[in-house]
Write a protein that binds this ligand. Structure first.
Ligand code: GLA
Length: 391
């Protein structure tokens, strides 16, 4: 039995224990790592996430009384019971249940015929590790409600509804990358996504075939997107776009970067934010070109340059992320960078398979020597996007 099938059976059994009835089905949505394209999504730019094998499972059954009941194996506090017609944004302080409740609210606010349901969740996506546990929870919920009500919504619509839940109901001003990754990724591929219109291409990403490995290094520094620094960066980017007279920073071509920076000379903070976004979009395009040409090793320096840009221009790295990147490179990695929202969370390391043990050991040793909690290190092999499981 696979891990997922095992998890599905356990999740179904837990649903029965909590609600005393059979679930109608079980839906899975993955966490993600972003290969490259950081903070570009709320600038209408390019991103390139891949789905992790770590998933959130939602066992669900419909109800006819307009009540939403939510229970999570990972949270204290028992069953959360809400009336759908009483859901109002923003959900100040509702904890983890705000994410699935927000999805039900967003679907109903969009005029979709979503009724009550019982849901039970289990998850293997690490929390607060910058691996999009929230988007996995939202998208598992959106797909479950979509299926339970026979809506058949397109994947990008599920992603948009999940993002709306997080923006308007939970109150986190995130972009669309994480929800689209959870909804749309496919196994064995990275997702090249244009966040302006959600056009996307699945780019084959079989590093093992090239003797390579992509490691995730969870620094265990818990990041929190709701704390204002993310919103500050977003507002700064919007200020930059206004000053440059464009709709979004995506509209500043790489070839016009130095002219744009001259225009922003009076505002060095915004200037640095703009430099990151414009160069990062360019790095995503270069990454895709290297992968299309069958040269995955060539993306190493782009990852490392992306980290420097996030550290120095966007200013969202931290000591543990910098240590992970510097240590991995010194131990022979081809490239490394922080991934996700920043201020903690995880780093990515591209490494030759042969060098993986040495790099891993060097990371453990460096964290121990610096007095940091030991990182959690695992290989990222691209898994499937959200799907229904056989019970
Ligand atoms: C978080 C947000 C995403 C994106 C990344 C940074 O994960 O949820 O929308 O902005 O940060 O790339």
């Amino acid at each position: 039995m696979t891990d997922t099938a095992h998890g599905a059976q356990q999740t179904a059994a837990a649903f029965r224990a909590v609600y005393g009835a059979e679930p109608t089905g079980i839906w899975a949505a993955p966490g993600r790592v972003n290969l490259i394209g950081e903070h570009t999504d709320y600038n209408d730019g390019f991103v390139m996430p891949l789905a992790l094998p770590h998933t959130t499972l939602a066992a669900a059954a419909p109800r006819t009384d307009g009540v939403l009941r939510l229970h999570s194996a990972g949270a204290d506090g028992g069953v959360v019971e809400l009336r759908l017609d009483e859901l109002r944004p923003p959900s100040a302080g509702a904890g983890w249940a705000a994410y699935p409740a927000g999805v039900a609210w967003a679907m109903r606010a969009a005029g979709l015929p979503v009724g009550g349901a019982d849901l039970h969740y289990t998850s293997t996506v690490p929390l607060g590790a910058g691996l999009s546990s929230s988007a996995a929870l939202e998208v598992a919920t959106a797909l479950a409600l979509d299926d339970l009500h026979g809506l058949g919504l397109p994947r990008e619509e599920l992603a948009r509804l999940a993002q709306r839940a997080e923006n308007a109901f939970v109150g986190v001003p995130c972009g669309i990358m994480d929800q689209t990754a959870a909804a749309c990724c496919t196994a064995g591929h990275a997702l090249f996504l244009d966040t302006r219109d959600l056009t996307r291409r699945h780019v084959p990403f079989d590093l093992a075939a090239e003797g390579l490995c992509l490691l995730v290094v969870d620094t265990r520094v818990r990041h929190q997107l709701g704390d204002g620094a993310y919103a500050e960066r977003r507002a700064g980017c919007e200020r930059g776009a206004r000053a440059l007279g464009v709709c979004a920073l995506r509209d500043v071509p790489y070839a016009h970067l130095s002219a744009a920076l001259d225009t922003l000379a009076g505002d060095p903070v915004v200037q640095a934010l703009v430099r990151h976004i414009v160069t990062e979009n360019h790095r995503v395009e270069q990454t895709v070109a290297h992968l299309d040409a069958g040269h995955p090793r060539a993306i190493g320096p782009l990852l490392t340059a992306g980290h420097a840009s996030l550290r120095d221009d966007f200013k969202i790295s931290c000591a543990e992320l910098d240590l992970a990147v510097d240590t991995a490179r010194a131990a022979g990695a081809l490239g490394a960078r922080m991934t996700g929202g920043g201020f903690g969370g995880s780093a990515l390391v591209l490494v030759d398979q042969d060098a993986t043990p040495a790099v891993t050991e060097a990371l453990y040793a460096a964290f121990a020597a610096a007095g940091h909690t030991a990182p959690r290190i695992f290989p990222a092999v691209p898994g499937p996007g959200a799907h229904r499981l056989a019970v």
